[in-house]
Ligand binder design. Structure first.
Ligand code: SAH
Length: 361
């Protein structure tokens, strides 16, 4: 198998070109074809010599995802099931809002962090995505848009833990934000969500300008460790201390995500403890009423309970948003992504269609 050229950073590509005695600026030309014009083969790169194209062809492949399924929610949210070259699948979600179009992308196939309330956790970790596979979700989603539509925001909140796949995620972020030869979305419009891997959070804030969201979900170590096993490694005090000391630019804030699980984490005492924990952290809080998925033992609080918790936190002086569930009718909302069943059922579909096409079948 030849390496996927979309997995190479600009520097990697430039270094390879130098070996061929080609000028390094060709790296930008090649990446423009891949990430701006979205070509699927080297033969389409018409500003390169035939020799150069042949060299590229011999050394690399141009990876691409296959769109196995596309479901559209009654609220306009679109969920993609993408097939990878090894037969595994990942999901990405396109979320239209009044003045923005956000794409939620995956960074791993499945997830190994084991959060009790999350559908992706049930798959376990199958593997990391490569940088090219992370980027291809954007290129593939773009192909489905009308000429007037444009993806304005990216959130790394799909399947997987982006900071557990740090190197590939960072390489992908560099191309996402590169206006010259990459996808060209400003880091201010990109948000990465993490369970709270402390060392990688520090690195991320030193090495990029993207927005950080941290999944908090509980105010005591006892409950958080039950809900999120990662808390045994990085308990609340260490996580919050890290957030307090991160080099977050003046006009930016960390977002804390807090999934509301009925009867478990939204009492007045939780609001009080949350306020204490977050004192001195420049932040905002996103409340996510639990999104149900098959077999999950948790429930969503009533709207009145959600509103009561929101009001208590606001009274402590926090900026609090309640995240509206988007695409929950097609299992596309936060924590509902699980491509395992879907890849199997879409394969089953394809087999059926093939069978039906066969004479006498
Ligand atoms: N691994 C990263 C990225 C996933 S982001 C992280 O955990 O932050 C998805 C967000 O949805 C996270 O805050 C996650 O905790 C939350 N989530 C997971 N399952 C959920 C569910 N069933 N309902 C609502 N939110 C959920």
């Amino acid at each position: 198998m030849k390496p996927n050229i979309k997995d190479l950073s600009r520097e990697d590509l430039a270094a390879w070109l130098v070996l061929l005695r080609e000028p390094a600026y060709r790296a930008a030309q090649i990446q423009q074809w891949l990430f701006q014009k979205g070509v699927a083969s080297f033969s389409e790169m018409t500003n390169l010599s035939a020799d150069m194209r042949r060299e590229l062809e011999q050394a690399f492949s141009v990876g691409r995802l296959s769109t196995l399924a596309r479901s559209i929610s009654s609220d306009g949210t679109v969920k993609f099931l993408f097939g990878l070259s090894d037969g595994l699948g990942i999901e990405s979600v396109l979320i239209p809002e009044a003045r923005r179009l956000t794409l939620c992308i995956s960074t791993q196939v499945g997830c190994g962090l084991g959060c009790a309330f999350c559908a992706t956790a049930r798959m376990g970790l199958k593997r990391n995505l490569s940088a090219g596979e992370i980027l291809d979700q954007i290129l593939e989603a773009k192909r489905s848009l009308s000429p007037a539509e444009r993806i304005t925001h990216l959130v790394l909140m799909g399947m997987g833990e982006p900071l557990a796949n740090y190197a590939q995620t960072l390489k992908a972020l560099a191309i996402m934000t590169d206006a010259k030869a990459g996808i060209g979305i400003s880091p201010r419009r990109i948000t990465l969500s993490t369970v709270g891997l402390v060392p990688q959070m520090k690195r991320l804030m030193e090495e990029t300008q993207v927005n950080l969201a941290v999944s908090l979900h509980a105010t005591t170590d006892e409950l958080r460790s039950k809900l999120m096993p990662v808390n045994r490694k990085y308990p609340l005090a260490e996580l919050i201390e890290c957030c307090r000391s991160l080099p977050v630019p003046k006009r930016k804030r960390i977002t804390f995500e807090y999934v509301l699980l009925r009867g478990l984490n939204h009492a007045a005492a939780d609001a009080r403890r949350l306020a204490q924990l977050l004192t001195g952290v420049r932040c905002k809080i996103n409340l996510i009423p639990f999104n149900p998925h098959p077999g999950s033992p948790f429930h969503r609080p009533t709207p009145a309970e959600v509103e009561a918790f929101r009001r208590q936190l606001s009274a402590y002086g926090f900026q609090v948003n309640v995240r509206a569930p988007r695409g929950d009718d097609i299992q596309a909302a936060c924590g509902q992504l699980n491509s395992e069943f879907n890849v199997q059922s879409s394969r089953f579909d394809v087999e059926h269609r093939t069978l039906n096409l066969e004479p006498g079948g």
